[in-house]
Structure formats: C-alpha cells, structure tokens
Design a protein around this ligand. Structure first.
Ligand code: GAR
Length: 213
C-alpha cells in the first residue's frame, strides 16, 4: 500500500515504520512543514522521497491544506500517516482522507487532547499514561481510537522521562495499526466506527503489557 508520512520533527515514529521492513507498505513520500525536521534526514537515508511544505509560505490554513492536498495527490497514497505532524488540519482536508488517515497522540485518549500531554498527566497525578493511535476526524485528537499502549508513571518522573517511556511504546503500536490497515483488516465503517476483521471496536485495543520499556 502506498503511504505518505507527514512529520514536523524528530521522526522517530517514521523511523519505526521504516525499520519494520516486513510491513506491507511502501512509503512513497515524507512531507514536513518544518524544513529542519530531523525526520527528513531519516527519510533520505532510507531512500524515501521528501518534500518540505512550510506553513510560513501560506496565508491561511485553507491555502496550506489545499497545497498539501495537491502535493499528496502526486503520490496517490492509500494511507496518510501523521507522525508528529504538529498542525491542525482543516475539515475539508480531513474529509478528503476520511478513513485513510491515522494519527498517533501521546496520551490515553480521550484524556489530554492537545499539547503538553506528559506535563499535564504529571500535574493531574496520573499513575498510568500512554499513547493512542486513532483515525483522524474533524475533532482535534477526537477520532476513534484503535490501539493504545499504557505505561506507568513512576516516582521521580519529569515530562522528558515520561515522554521517552511513552515514545518507546508508540514505536510498537503505530506499526501494528498501519499493518492492519495495509492488510485490509482495519477500516472505518460508514458510521465512523473502526472495524478490525469486520468486528466493531467498541473500546480501543490495548497493547497487552504494562511495561517500563
Ligand atoms: C510523538 O510523541 C507523537 O505522539 C507526538 O509527537 C511526537 C513525535 O515524535 N504527536 C503529537 O503530539 C500530535 N498531536 P517523533 O517525531 O519522534 O515521531
């Protein structure tokens, strides 16, 4: 399956996809809104085509998303993977890729939508935190969750330590969900419910173990 990966930064989730050589996908393009994103280097190193589309060159969110849409067209992706793409997408763009766009978010959704999730989890006194892979809908970080991974919050944690523990799990769950999608096992049905092997996922699936990782 042809895939386009959208990034803004480090690209470690992109790397996790690249490293899983057995995934039934071909990453046709990596697109970044940030010219300096390290993930672009990772892509080039892997021989993947890269494009920079800087939001600073566009007057409005609509104009940016229209340009992004046109750019993606060139690669005919069957799946758009948002991997640390730190932009809010317009409803028009989201609708265009309905059921064909996944995101990973560093919290146990619906807890802690938006930014600074690790700091907020610590401030809230959570004892368990994690990450979620979900289909993208118009609601920011609100689309149906497919798979989550939980990690413990440990004494002495700061946002960086917690982020590293969560990120380690992200690298497990994102390739798994991408695999299901590319295999045709996972889809979003007409009612907006995720289905795996035909079964509606009433609750997000959980990566079985609770590990420190
Ligand atoms: C990841 O933790 C991802 O969950 C998060 O950004 C990081 C990107 O890391 N995404 C969001 O916060 C989206 N709202 P990476 O560039 O190393 O993959």
């Amino acid at each position: 399956m042809p895939v386009a990966v959208l990034i803004s930064g480090n690209g470690s989730n992109l790397q996790a996809l690249i490293d899983r050589a057995d995934l039934p996908i071909r990453i046709r393009a990596v697109v970044s809104n940030e010219p300096g994103a390290f993930g672009l280097k990772r892509a080039r190193r892997a021989g993947i085509e890269t494009r920079v589309l800087s939001h600073r060159d566009y007057r409005s969110r609509e104009a940016y998303d229209a340009a992004l849409d046109a750019l993606l067209d060139e690669f005919e992706p069957g799946l758009i993977v948002l991997a640390g793409f730190m932009r809010i997408l317009t409803p028009t763009f989201v609708a265009r890729f309905r059921g064909r766009m996944l995101n990973i978010h560093p919290s146990l959704l619906p807890r802690f939508r938006g930014l600074h999730t690790h700091r907020r989890a610590l401030e809230a006194g959570e004892t368990v935190h994690g990450a979620s892979v979900h289909f993208v809908t118009e609601e920011l970080d609100g689309g149906p969750v497919v798979l989550q991974a939980r990690v413990p919050v440990l004494p002495g944690d700061d946002p960086e330590k917690l982020a590293a523990r969560v990120l380690n799990r992200e690298h497990r769950i994102y390739p798994q969900v991408v695999r299901w999608f590319a295999q045709g096992r996972l889809r979003l049905d007409a009612a907006g419910r995720p289905r795996l092997d035909g079964q509606v996922l009433k609750h997000p699936l959980q990566l079985a173990e609770l590990t420190v990782g």
